[in-house]
Design a protein. Structure first.
Length: 158
């Protein structure tokens, strides 16, 4: 069995990323309007779930592009770096993120990678990125990488 087959498949990252997105939606559905967004209560948990969905979708894409798991572990939870590496590997051929969506990942990355959504650190509420925009970004990535992951799975694991 070659080394590729021993590693976590892209589709495994993609499916788990979708599960985190679904969990975020169940906990806090995306707002239907700007007014709904203003009325939303801020909770770290749905933001964390969306961040993890974005992380796993980007890692799924990178696995499809041949990036090994060890390299992904070195990048860790740095969404900004994952997006940068994905962009260099032609993410735009698969997923067209808007400028606002890319910027949302960049801004969100700092606190997400520092685990500030996972652990209670003071009384700060971290809503520097609108929930609706972050949800939309996670959805676009999840849906965009899914077909590529299916092709990768057929090629490398069946």
């Amino acid at each position: 069995m070659n080394n590729t087959k021993k590693q976590v498949s892209a589709v495994s990252f993609q499916v788990l990323g979708r599960e985190f997105l679904d969990a975020a939606e169940a906990l806090q559905p995306p707002p239907k309007s700007q007014l709904d967004e203003l009325r939303m209560t801020s909770s770290r948990v749905p933001y964390y779930l969306l961040g993890h969905s974005i992380e796993l979708s980007l890692k799924a894409f990178l696995r499809c592009k041949g990036i090994d798991v060890a390299s992904l572990k070195r990048i860790g939870h740095d969404l900004k770096e994952l997006l940068s590496v994905a962009s260099r590997n032609k993410l735009d051929d698969v997923v067209k993120l808007s400028h606002d969506q890319s910027r949302a990942i960049d801004v969100f990355s700092e606190r997400y990678s520092a685990k500030k959504y996972e652990y209670f650190i003071g009384a700060e509420i971290y809503a520097e990125v609108r929930y609706g925009l972050l949800f939309e970004t996670a959805s676009v990535l999840s849906l965009g990488v899914k077909p590529l992951c299916g092709e990768d799975y057929k090629k490398n694991y069946l």
